[in-house]
Design a protein around this ligand. Structure first.
Ligand code: CA
Length: 235
């Protein structure tokens, strides 16, 4: 235990009741904890602390959580988990669009929060290692995609995909484990000036599932995240 490098969580939260529970809960799990009580403090502490992960409340005094997230993303790919109050789904969506990795809704169980923190830290480590290699190919479970050669392999079989389906699958797989909002996906695959039917995305997802899922009727790779978008499940 003592040989491990301690990871630091920057907790950005303005409600004292949550702060106390978080500090105790995270420290008990072996994390170092730094607290910022408003958005401005979050940004100055971020530079000082250089945290391994940021837990970011959406509703904050001075600078909002989404603006804090946007600012941090300009300089760092540190994992960010947004925390929102119940019923503020809009903020959650915006949070994911400005670059947050995950979100959790208050009130939450500390145990669930710690699980999310560990998952986000794991993903960031995997991502960092992956970037060291020059190839932009991605493999998740038994599915591989190589954008340089425009090749998709599903359970060992070469699978042909039309361009948009290929691009959509690539965006999803390159962000495996992350919820991708509908807007983000449409933006990345069809471009920000796309004003077509949003059903187009669902149709492409359906086609992709028929090609990559063992049972397209009960998908386990390309998951629908209700009210938000889609997620490629990390194997
Ligand atoms: Ca708050």
């Amino acid at each position: 235990m003592s040989g491990q490098v301690q990871q630091t969580v920057l907790v950005v939260e303005d409600e004292e009741a949550f702060i106390d529970a978080l500090v105790v809960g995270l420290q008990r799990e072996g994390f170092g904890v730094e607290v910022a009580r408003d958005g401005a403090e979050a940004l100055s502490n971020f530079d000082k602390v250089d945290p391994d992960i940021v837990l970011l409340d959406v509703m904050l005094p001075k600078v909002s959580g989404t603006d804090v997230c946007r600012e941090i993303r300009k300089k760092s790919q540190v994992p960010i988990i947004m925390v929102s109050a119940k019923g503020t789904e809009i903020d959650t969506v915006v949070g994911l669009e400005v670059g947050a990795d995950d979100y959790i809704v208050k009130p939450y169980r500390i145990r669930e929060l710690v699980a999310r923190v560990r998952a986000a830290l794991r993903r960031s480590t995997v991502g960092a290692d992956g970037e060291l290699g020059s190839s932009s190919g991605v493999t998740v479970g038994d599915i591989s995609i190589d954008p340089d050669q425009h090749i998709v392999t599903v359970r060992g079989k070469l699978t042909k995909l039309p361009l948009k389906e290929f691009e959509l699958l690539y965006v999803l797989m390159a962000n495996a484990g992350r919820v991708m909002t509908r807007d983000t996906l449409i933006d990345r695959v069809w471009g920000s000036d796309y004003y077509g039917d949003t059903k187009t995305l669902d149709v492409h997802i359906k086609r992709l599932r028929s090609k990559v899922e063992v049972d397209p009727g009960s998908p386990v790779a390309i998951l629908t995240i209700r009210g938000l978008g889609y997620k490629f499940e990390r194997a």
